[in-house]
Design a protein around this ligand. Structure first.
Ligand code: UDP
Ligand code: MG
Length: 146
């Protein structure tokens, strides 16, 4: 089973696009295996965004990402990492095609709705960064009583 880390960013939370965004992941066939609200700290953001921490845009990114609670999710399914990146669209919302999450709901290159891991290796590292082992539960293994 493939897994990826998703963060619904402060703009997604404030503009109430949470349901729409999760709906797109579910429509693509993926299931939620972990979910919680977090207030991200500068220290955690510096670790998560280490690959851009020395860029000129980093202070604005950190201010944005710590401006409100975010929803951190683990989702699972076949080829979830690359499929979610495609559904999300490119980093710059102004260049993202309509029909993608960033194209439909994003504001600019920083305020872009959702974080998603960019590969299987980074997904593993990022899932471990945001979730303790017991916080990820595969409902696919649980019988549905109805
Ligand atoms: N970012 C930015 N300016 C840039 C590039 C990236 O503000 O020129 C922000 C943006 O919020 C992006 C995050 O930094 O989502 C991480 O950058 P990355 O290149 O990993 O983009 P992503 O994987 O999120 O598409
Ligand atoms: Mg990235």
């Amino acid at each position: 089973m493939h897994k990826t880390l998703i963060i619904l960013k402060p703009d997604c939370m404030k503009q109430k696009h949470v349901g729409a965004v999760i709906g797109r992941f579910e429509a693509a066939g993926f299931r939620i295996i972990g979910c919680k609200l977090m207030q991200l700290t500068p220290a955690l953001l510096r670790e998560h965004y280490a690959h851009v921490a020395d860029k000129p845009f980093y202070p604005r990114l950190e201010a944005f990402m710590s401006s409100a609670p975010v929803m951190v999710m683990a989702i699972a399914g076949d080829y979830v990492v690359e499929t979610v990146r495609a559904v999300l669209g490119p980093t710059d919302s102004t260049k993202a095609p309509k029909g993608t999450i960033r194209g439909d709901f994003g504001t600019d290159v920083t305020i872009n709705v959702v974080h998603a891991s960019d590969g299987e290796e980074s997904a593993k590292v990022e899932l471990a960064r945001f979730f303790a082992p017991g916080e990820i539960i595969d409902p696919g293994k649980t019988a549905v009583l109805s």
